[in-house]
Design a protein around this ligand. Structure first.
Ligand SMILES: [Ca+2]
Length: 322
């Protein structure tokens, strides 16, 4: 009987020892896991920091080539893609002058309609979006035919009414009745609040923008020889480092805003990006020619590595990066 009890006690002790060993093992393995996680987090932060440094390097490079004193070497800010290839990654840079886009605060009804054709084929909805956009930015509270002013917003239970003033950002369009993210993302490459002009500067417009205008003009039986000439020039762009047949293509002026997108794709297909808006300063500020208006990292809506026509990519050799 006594012997049996002793056996029972030693059995209990063994179970307790086993439980302690298991608990220690679990603690140790969770420590290993969490320290592995820490190492991985540190690596991600380190890689991000080094990519941010790379991106700044390419931004400075872009500023340099955008301001280059030689016309034929200067980069062209019409949305064309410049590409640099290193051993482990591909870098693409796109610079677009905002004067080549449709300014939603100043554009005419016709121009806005042309842009909104990209968002929807529904002509009634196009007109509705145009009128509602104009009603939002115009000072009065008188509704256009298909527009919406404060009474309409209140009736539709919005908890705000139109600003009746200029848009501060293209994202403000999401406040306008019937605009949504899918419409905005479709027209985003074509619109701006920075050009401050009613018209589009064809020199600075992207091929896509010129094609869109050409299509709209054709539908309305309008011929614009200047547009045709620019479209032709951009479809057959001059090769980099050769004589530029049209020097005015690459002029850079003070007080203009440029959209700069830099995207790095690594050998492991990991992408890092920067989208920024730069404003050229007055001509006398030689040392700080650009003012930064906006700065977004890793938030690109459309990757520069999405399908692009091969002709729009300008491959840069190492001489450009060194
Ligand atoms: Ca209004």
């Amino acid at each position: 009987m006594r012997h049996k009890l002793y056996q029972h006690e030693s059995g209990m002790a063994l179970i307790i020892v086993l439980l302690i060993v298991m608990a220690i093992a679990m603690m140790a393995s969770s420590y290993v896991l969490s320290s592995r996680r820490d190492i991985r987090t540190t690596q991600v932060i380190k890689t991000q920091a080094s990519k941010n440094a790379d991106i700044e390097k390419y931004l400075n490079l872009s500023k340099f080539w955008l301001m280059h004193p030689e016309d034929k070497k200067r980069w062209v800010a019409d949305g064309r893609l410049y590409q640099i290839q290193t051993q482990n990654e591909i870098i693409r840079i796109q610079i677009t002058s905002e004067t080549g886009k449709c300014d939603i605060n100043n554009a005419s009804e016709d121009l806005l309609r042309a842009i909104l054709k990209v968002a929807t084929p529904d002509r009634k909805l196009q007109q509705q979006l145009v009128d509602r956009l104009i009603d939002w930015r115009d000072e009065d509270d008188e509704r256009l035919d298909f527009g919406a002013e404060s009474a309409d917003y209140l009736r539709r239970k919005f908890n705000y009414i139109p600003n009746n003033q200029a848009f501060e950002s293209v994202d403000d369009l999401l406040m306008v009745m019937d605009f949504d993210a899918s419409i905005l993302d479709k027209i985003r490459p074509y619109i701006t609040v920075y050009s401050q002009q009613a018209d589009i500067n064809y020199h600075n417009a992207s091929i896509d923008m010129l094609r869109l205008l050409k299509q709209d003009f054709s539908q309305r039986h309008i011929q614009d020889l200047e547009l045709d000439k620019e479209l032709d020039l951009k479809l057959n762009p001059y090769p980099l480092s050769n004589e530029n047949p049209d020097e005015s293509l690459s002029s850079i002026e003070p007080d203009q805003v440029y959209n700069v997108i830099i995207e790095i794709k690594t050998i492991d297909n990991i992408r890092y990006s920067l989208e920024t808006y730069l404003k050229t300063q007055a001509e006398d500020s030689v040392f700080w020619p650009f003012q930064t208006l906006d700065w977004k990292t890793n938030q690109l809506k459309t990757s520069l590595f999405a399908d692009q026509p091969k002709s729009a990519i300008f491959e840069l050799s190492n001489e450009f990066t060194n």
